[in-house]
Design a protein around this ligand. Structure first.
Ligand SMILES: Cc1ncc(COP(=O)(O)O)c(C=O)c1O
Length: 394
């Protein structure tokens, strides 16, 4: 059967106004990177997050933001970081690249994110940092986890790649930790033409090194130059933190993407609210189908970046469900986030061991429905009816 509803590669369709902003930046931006649109996006993002100006930095994607956050942790040999195994690989490997070892924390079976309890279980005397992932768009219990990290003197990083706009009592995902990262990848509720990211750094001393770290170590000379071209247009140095010299990269996001990102901030709450409202209707339409267990959250704590469920009747039934949905109904559901310890890459690095029964149990029976923002009402109604129909026939 032809695909009727695909698991789309893009989350949103742009409005004419948003396209006009892109065209305007294409015509007029000078320079095309590192200019006024970047400053505007970072400033508006900080306001949106209700964090101080000068703490948010655009990056070419979420992974680049994670790479810099890993550098800013300044791991020593033997350091560990705690992270859920049930996440996307880019949440973890930047910290491994900086020499830290992951200790996998389990997730809660219902919410699919870590809790203060599961984080605490994974702590050892070697733990330096905790990476909390707000997977699927749901904010983990950050007040409790932040209190735990404060008490133990640990660096707390939020991977809010999927959670822009989600909040707990008005406080945004990505504003609880010492650092946070966001992704504006093609699948995300806010996407800057396919790639983009943001790094938040709370400590002003750490934040001060980010621009140089992000942009080849470019910085100003510390002396007054006799001529603006001498000794060169700008200086190059490494950002220094205490005794540590940090090696720079080029992780900048272009001006056109920044112009669009700033514009999309006007619409992100509406996008999230519309997705949540649709998710709730879909879940409520299946309330009498206990085979599929959803995570129903009626507040802004969930932005429903993704709509995931667990097949409570086991993996065999899950597989039959996916097959029937695709072959009989033309709806492409997918399975996401193989626990990282089960990938060859992590096994090869000696990180294949985990005690995460909930993450395993969830992944092994999970179904992720197509949930791009631009699904039509008809698509959603068709997907609901098809789901009910397939479940009845299993
Ligand atoms: C949870 C999570 N962390 C990190 C990333 C990395 O973001 P990016 O693709 O923008 O590098 C993604 C998504 O793509 C993600 O879903």
């Amino acid at each position: 059967m032809d695909i009727k509803i695909n698991f789309s590669g893009r989350s949103v369709r742009y409005t004419e106004e948003e396209i006009a902003v892109v065209v305007e930046a294409m015509r007029n931006a000078d320079p095309l990177t590192q200019g006024k649109y970047m400053r505007e996006f970072e400033s508006r993002f900080a306001r949106y997050q209700q964090v101080p100006e000068g703490t948010c930095f655009t990056t070419m994607n979420g992974c680049a933001a994670l790479e810099m956050s890993a550098q800013l942790c300044r791991f020593a040999p033997g350091d560990e970081f705690v992270i859920p195994a049930h996440t996307f690989t880019a949440s973890a490997y930047p910290y491994l690249k900086k020499g830290a070892r992951p200790v996998w924390a389990d997730v809660d079976l219902r919410t699919r994110v870590v809790t203060a309890e599961t984080v605490e279980k994974a702590l050892t005397p070697k733990t330096k940092a905790v990476v909390v992932v707000h997977l699927y768009g749901y904010v983990a219990d950050m007040p409790q986890i932040a209190a735990l990290c404060r008490e133990r003197g640990l660096v707390l990083i939020e991977d809010a790649a999927q959670a822009i706009g989600a909040e707990i009592d008005g406080k945004k995902a990505g504003s609880f930790g010492d650092m946070a990262i966001f992704s504006f990848h093609s699948h995300k509720n806010l996407t800057t033409l396919g790639e983009g990211g943001m790094l938040y750094v709370r400590d002003p001393a750490l934040a001060a090194v980010v621009p140089g770290l992000r942009h080849n170590g470019h910085c100003a000379y510390t002396f007054e130059r006799p001529d603006y071209w001498k000794p060169a247009m700008g200086n190059v140095d490494v950002p220094v933190l205490g005794q540590d010299m940090l090696m720079p990269s080029n992780y900048c996001l272009g001006e056109v993407e920044c112009a669009l990102g700033a514009k999309l901030l006007e619409r992100i709450d509406a996008i999230n609210d519309e997705k949540r409202e649709r998710a709730l209707r879909f879940m409520d339409g299946l309330a009498d189908c206990p085979e599929l267990e959803f995570h129903r959250v009626a507040s802004r704590r969930h932005n429903y970046h993704l709509l995931a469920a667990r097949m409570t009747t086991g993996q065999d039934m899950r597989d039959r469900f996916l097959r029937a949905m695709s072959e009989e109904k033309g709806i492409k559901c997918v399975v996401q986030y193989l626990p990282l310890n089960r990938y060859d890459f992590y096994k090869r690095l000696g990180c294949g061991q985990a005690r995460c029964p909930n993450g395993d149990a969830f992944f092994d029976c999970m179904v992720s429905f197509p949930f791009q923002h631009w699904l039509t009402e008809e698509d959603t109604a068709y997907m609901l009816a098809a789901t009910r129909d397939v479940l009845r026939g299993l």
